[in-house]
Design a protein around this ligand. Structure first.
Ligand code: GP9
Ligand code: MN
Length: 417
């Protein structure tokens, strides 16, 4: 019934952050293009591998006058990998601990970002060159209120245009931008890239840098596929400009989850030149987050600590859409009230002072365990509480009892099916 929802609603309301006056509506009326950067971790940005730059285009973006770049942003996905990141983005809720919510709860009622934008006159879609049923997307996208899914059938994969899991990112982006020229504006489109996916294989002609030289072939190849993804993002920006879609759009990009698991810690230690402690492993869960607003001119590097659960309110506020009546976790990264507290799906967490991993409370500055371990306790409790609230909404399909327009529970009459 609704009583559980009342408790969650109270929790959500008491943790809400007012939008930033400066950024609210900064991209109002524009097309929204969200790019999911497959398996991209932050450690490769503004970094080198054997003297070679790994992400030249994105490095430039981090310094770009139209870009706000977040280097202290973490993924919060679980077993549902890419689909979990999509869930976090669309709902502002945490994915599940046990399995992919895209499979287990695709029939639920959600108040997704797509649905909200649809209500504001946007056409909404996802573009991804894979079979539509992968991660049960075709079913889940219906529940998320996404108008259209450009799956593999919407693409022509020419000779030499496929590798690894499927279509290469460069032709994928190119044809996706072609699709955009046909969309009714304003649109919200999401592009899911794919080439930088395990096992990170490439055709010779797409290897722009050498492999690394560790005992992990996975990590060695990762640098090359990341370099390819970087090139693909550059071509995406060029394609958008060529088609006249750049100026009146906003481009948001995020890494979906790690590409290199703890199984490769020895190789990773060789690359980073330091031991991979549980603290370091948690820091390696950083993924890039970019907000690119053509013509903005006030770009900067934003050190705010945040996570994927913050994307929904951050983006909606940029688009000039309120979220104060929504049931969502996280908060607007641009808000002065945004709380630096990132909860990982597995219970680890990061605050502005501490990193909690493997049941140890670390000092975020030094990476050493703090003397008084109990300082992490209140956060550990809240992390558990917040994850549980999120799970209770999903498991009970509680949003079907919620009236978004007035931010209240439906009356008992309305709750009858
Ligand atoms: C597949 C793509 C990659 O469609 O989303 O899947 P992943 O293994 O990263 O979740
Ligand atoms: Mn993925």
């Amino acid at each position: 019934d609704g009583s559980e929802l009342t408790e969650v609603t109270n929790y959500v309301r008491s943790n809400q952050a007012e939008p930033s006056e400066e950024m609210y509506g900064a991209a109002e009326g524009r097309n929204l293009i969200v790019v999911t950067l497959e398996s991209l971790q932050t450690f490769v940005l503004n970094n080198e591998m054997n003297g070679e730059t790994i992400t030249p285009f994105m490095n430039e973006l981090t310094q770009d006058e139209d870009t706000i770049y977040f280097p202290n942003f973490y993924h919060q996905t679980g077993l549902g990998k890419t689909s979990d990141s999509e869930f976090l983005l669309e709902t502002g809720m945490y994915p599940l601990s046990g399995g992919a919510v895209f499979f287990t709860h695709s029939g639920n009622t959600f108040n997704s970002m797509a649905e909200k934008m649809g209500n504001e006159g946007y056409t909404t879609n996802v573009q991804h060159a894979n079979t539509k049923s992968f991660w049960n997307r075709d079913m889940m996208y219906e529940s998320l209120g996404i108008d259209k899914f450009y799956d593999i059938q919407s693409y022509t994969v020419g000779e030499g245009q496929a590798v690894n899991w499927g279509m290469k990112d460069i032709p994928f982006f190119e044809q996706s931008v072609d699709h955009m020229t046909e969309m009714q504006q304003p649109f919200y489109t999401r592009l899911l890239s794919l080439t930088n996916h395990h096992p990170f294989t490439l055709d010779e002609e797409d290897k722009f840098i050498e492999e690394f030289d560790s005992n992990s072939g996975t990590l060695n190849r990762y640098f090359q596929t990341v370099r390819y993804l970087d090139e693909a993002v550059k071509t995406l920006f060029d394609d958008l400009k060529e088609q006249g879609l750049y100026e009146n759009s906003i481009i948001v990009m995020y890494g979906d989850h790690y590409g290199i698991s703890d199984n490769h810690n020895e190789a990773m230690a060789q690359y980073l030149g330091k031991e991979i402690t549980p603290y370091e492993s948690a820091q390696l869960q950083k993924v890039p987050f970019f907000v690119h607003i053509p013509g903005y001119e006030k770009g900067y590097v934003d050190e705010e600590i945040g996570g994927q659960v913050d994307m929904r309110s951050t983006i909606l506020h940029l688009m000039g859409m309120e979220t104060e009546k929504d049931i969502q976790f996280g908060g607007d990264l641009f808000s002065e009230e945004h709380e630096e507290f990132v909860i990982f799906r597995d219970g680890r967490f990061v605050t502005d002072e501490y990193v909690y991993a493997a049941n140890v409370c670390y000092d975020i500055e030094t990476g050493e365990p703090v003397e008084d371990q109990s300082v992490c306790d209140p956060y550990a409790e809240r992390a558990l509480e917040e994850l549980q609230y999120s799970e209770s909404i999903i498991n009970g399909d509680l949003l079907r009892f919620y009236e978004e327009e007035n931010g209240q529970l439906k009356t008992l009459d309305e709750q009858q099916p």
